[in-house]
Design a protein around this ligand. Structure first.
Ligand code: PMP
Length: 449
């Protein structure tokens, strides 16, 4: 088997996610034979450093021996059983451990099987909670400008990235879109906290006008990942929690991308000292091994559904693979690794090294900003550094960085003109330097002419 052979067969039968398939006439897909730590290896033996953790899911490297062993062990016992009417040890243990780790007050865990589904669950649960409480006028959701919550219709409706959303607009419920606290737009000299607070005024106004018809506000805490890795200050979340309480509106924290240590704390909400009404988790939950998601909520919500069957208050939502036993096992092994290896502390040092390795990008004549939150670092390429005028998206400058990265053995997958690092937590200082060096070369190539 060779790269060429497998990519040709692929092109004949597969339709890839998030891809204009015609692009592959010029650049075939890369078939991966195996993974090891931060490295992926193709069928021709070429290696790629996975700087984006395979769409932000991988935490402790590919083919992690500890997670592998746990999965092999579970495979001998039970691969899957439906989670309605039945349960199993990995699901119970994982729910217990997630609840113990999550911000205080979250005491119930509802499993689903991917991030978008977790968002759908949270939206439906919030709406249904108010309905069960007799508040049938609450039918809408507030979201932030530039947010992303997934691709299914409900999740897409509460997102705001035009690239993914606009085609489907006629199919979507109308969310109320609040100004984003995205600190890329702050004034020179203005702090992240000041800008985030200033932008909160828009949210406050929306809540004061619409609280009666709003079920929940949904946010990506601290980093709007798919929206070009835009970042904001925790104080925004503290204000938002307080306002949601004041106006009688739920707060949904979508930590699908930022949970499990990405922002420096186990969950991003911790940095604001808040507990959301719904916490959506996925991606890193299984260390990047298997699809799984969870929505955590508190007793007040749970009790509003807990009634005699005939009252029709139950939450009758399900996915076939909900709480899959292998996925939950990978989740438990992943949490073990956090405990065994003092990961959050070690990540502080890795984050510092990433910041150091990328600091010089700030002086690049076509870089407007280098921003970082924990283990996420983003570099914003622009046409004009002074005015911050962006490159035209049709020029696909990011694609040049992507191609250069592959040539040099680094999987960088820029979001438009934003190059970012979001590597597995097992990356070494030398690998960080290599990743930054290749990104620099890529940016230099991409900004030409
Ligand atoms: N929410 C956020 C914040 C995400 O980043 C993503 C995935 N990129 C999703 C939801 C959707 O998750 P999935 O791709 O597993 O459906």
């Amino acid at each position: 088997m060779t790269n060429q052979n497998l990519s040709q067969r692929d092109h004949a039968v597969l339709w890839h996610p998030c891809t204009q398939m015609k692009d592959h006439e010029l650049q075939p897909v890369i078939p991966i034979r195996r993974g090891q730590g931060v490295w992926l290896e193709d069928f021709d033996g070429k290696r790629y450093l996975d700087a984006v953790s395979s769409w932000w899911v991988n935490l402790f490297g590919h083919a992690n021996p500890y997670i592998n062993a746990a999965l092999k062990n579970q495979l001998e016992k039970l691969e899957h059983v439906l989670l309605a009417g039945f349960t199993h040890e990995p699901a119970v243990c994982l729910a217990e451990r997630l609840i113990a780790l999550a911000p205080p007050g979250l005491s119930r865990c509802f499993f689903a099987d991917n991030g978008s589904s977790a968002v759908e669950v949270a939206l439906k649960m919030s709406f249904h909670y108010w309905r069960n409480c007799g508040q049938t006028g609450k039918t809408r959701f507030v979201t932030l400008e530039n947010s992303y919550h997934g691709e299914t219709l409900g999740a897409l409706a509460v997102g705001d990235v035009a690239l993914y959303k606009s085609t489907y607009a006629p199919l979507l419920m109308q969310a109320i879109i609040a100004p984003s606290p995205d600190c890329h737009h702050r004034e020179p000299g203005e702090s992240w906290a000041d800008y985030s607070i200033r932008r909160f005024a828009g949210m406050e106004r929306i809540l004061s006008e619409h609280a009666g018809e709003v079920c929940a506000v949904i946010v990506e805490p601290l980093v709007q990942c798919a929206g070009s890795m835009r970042m904001y200050d925790p104080v925004y979340l503290t204000r938002l929690r307080e306002a949601c309480d004041r106006y009688g509106v739920h707060l949904i924290a979508d930590e699908i991308a930022v949970g499990f240590g990405r922002t420096g704390t186990m969950f991003a909400c911790e940095q604001a000292g808040i507990t959301p009404d719904f916490l959506c988790l996925s991606k890193g939950i299984t260390g990047g091994y298997l699809p799984l998601s969870a929505v955590l909520t508190g007793e007040t919500v749970y009790q509003a559904f807990y009634a005699d069957y005939a009252t029709q208050k139950a939450f009758l939502h399900s996915h076939s693979y909900t709480g899959n036993a292998l996925a939950c096992t990978a989740g438990l092994a992943t949490l073990d690794l956090f405990g065994k290896d003092d990961v959050l502390n070690r990540n502080r040092e890795l984050s510092r090294l990433m910041g150091e390795a990328a600091a010089h990008f700030a002086d690049h004549p076509h870089v407007a900003e280098v921003r970082q939150t924990g283990m996420i670092l983003a570099i914003e390429m622009v046409k004009n550094k002074q005015t911050r005028e962006p490159f035209d998206w049709r020029e696909r400058r990011g694609l040049t960085v992507y191609r250069h990265g592959l040539e040099r053995g680094v999987l960088l997958r820029p979001l438009g003109n934003v190059v970012y690092f979001m590597p597995p937590y097992v990356i070494t200082p030398e690998e960080i330097d290599f990743m930054a060096k290749v990104a620099w070369e890529g940016v230099d190539l991409a900004i030409q002419n």
